[in-house]
Design a binder for this molecule. Structure first.
Ligand code: CA
Length: 219
């Protein structure tokens, strides 16, 4: 799951990125509205956390531009003023949730997971793909009901495939989802993770569709 964090305070931005990465998200973080608008327009995010008071372009304008351009990913608006007019404006501009500063990181992470889940049309935090079940809160996996120990990167790869509902996903797209725009991931790294997952779950869980990419059994 890829998350865009937009926050101009460097310390809060770093805290947000750390908390969301610990929760299993691949995070890109930017500090001004122009970069946010650009990044959200060209990259493929699953969710964004958007501060309203930003240099160069304010958060509400960023959100309106994304929505006008048809960018539909869920957005949680964060604002320093717990001002209800701002909350209403945010919702009217297309925000999915609103959080006033200061907030607890745990609450923010729970809200982010909530909007991602609702955005994907799921009410339960468990993803099922054939014999695989992923618990998206605990970041754990079971196969035929038995727990299988997996690393955060392995979890993110399975989580992304499980969200794609039968679509084959290229190694390049997986690398972006696992490592972010600035990440060092490439197709070879993805192949290595897939090979590791096949050793743990057997060869049939992740199928290779030649020329297209990877997909999960049972989709
Ligand atoms: Ca701000």
């Amino acid at each position: 799951m890829r998350c865009l964090v937009v926050e101009d305070e460097p310390e809060i931005r770093a805290d947000l990125a750390r908390a969301l990465e610990a929760a299993g998200f691949t995070v890109d973080a930017v500090g001004d509205g122009e970069s946010a608008w650009f990044q959200g327009d060209v990259e493929d995010y699953d969710v964004a956390v958007l501060d309203l008071g930003l240099p160069r372009l304010d958060g509400l304008s960023v959100l309106r531009r994304w929505r006008t351009a048809g960018r539909a990913f869920p957005v949680i608006v964060v604002s320093a003023r717990g001002d209800w007019t701002e909350k209403v404006e945010g919702i009217e501009a297309g925000a999915d949730d609103y959080l006033a500063k200061p907030f607890q990181m745990g609450e923010l992470v729970a809200r982010v997971r909530g909007v991602v889940r609702r955005g994907a049309g799921r009410l339960s935090p468990t993803l099922v793909a054939g014999r695989l079940r992923l618990d998206t809160v605990r970041m754990t996996a079971t196969f035929d009901g038995a727990p299988v120990r997996i690393s955060p990167l392995e979890f993110r790869l399975l989580d992304h495939l499980a969200h794609q509902a039968g679509r084959a996903v290229s190694a390049g797209e997986l690398a972006e989802h696992l490592y972010g725009v600035d990440g060092s991931g490439d197709a070879n790294a993805i192949e290595a993770i897939v090979a590791r997952l096949r050793r743990k779950f057997g060869n049939d869980l992740i199928r290779t569709r030649r020329g297209f990419g990877y997909l999960l059994e049972g989709e």
